[in-house]
Design a protein around this ligand. Sequence first.
Ligand code: SF4
Length: 258
Amino acid sequence: MSTILWDDITFGPIHSRRVGTSLGINLMPANGKICSFDCVYCECGWNKDGRKNLVIPSYAQVAAALEKKFKEVHGHGIKVDSISFTGNGEPTLHPDFPKIIDCTIALRDKHLHGAEISVFSNATRIGDAAVREALMKVENPILKLDAAFNDLAKRINQPQGPYDVAEIVENMKLFDGNFIMQTMFLKGVVPAGSVDNTTAENAEAWREIVLALRPRKVMAYSFERETPSPGLVKATVEEMTAIAAPLMEQGIDVQINA
Ligand code: SF4
């Protein structure tokens, strides 16, 4: 498959279907991947194929790269909607993630006033108070929950350590609704058998979780590019709309991207 592994700390701005003009920040290794999940749909490819470089950039390297890029983007008069932590794996795994968020906020206020800060996270580290507090400081903490049941989450996300949906939901409650939930909908054959998170059973349990959490917004989407697991089928807009409709009727803001 054609994987996307970024070769630097910053990339873009690029157009993101979910956050608009997005200046990307990659806290994981250049041309390598480190993640606490190994999702069957990951654009970075399988974790095992991303081990050429496992050196993560230092805080000083990140701070210098951000200042340089923010000044450059401002100098070119480019309007950025979102400064987005995404890249080659899970950004909150960086040991200085909280300090990097403080630095990003300060640099944004200095050079890119008006841009929101978004962190695309798989939520595996929100049980850590420092990580959670850092996420609470940004405009858009975008937290993943792909399945309502542990066995399905394990087949879709392939967590690399202990993972429990109920525990993640409890930790999400601490955000008091001030977060965005992201859910990838798909179906098909995967290494551990098959997956389908569009079934009535999963959709109903997922909606119950959303209603208990009442996130500021829900991003329901399907994959855009080739996936490491070749037997996957995208969920359609119609399927996701049908799943989300009862939530929208109850005032939940749901953004759907097929
Ligand atoms: S959480 Fe994100 S980076 Fe990690 S494996 Fe899943 S899609 Fe890839």
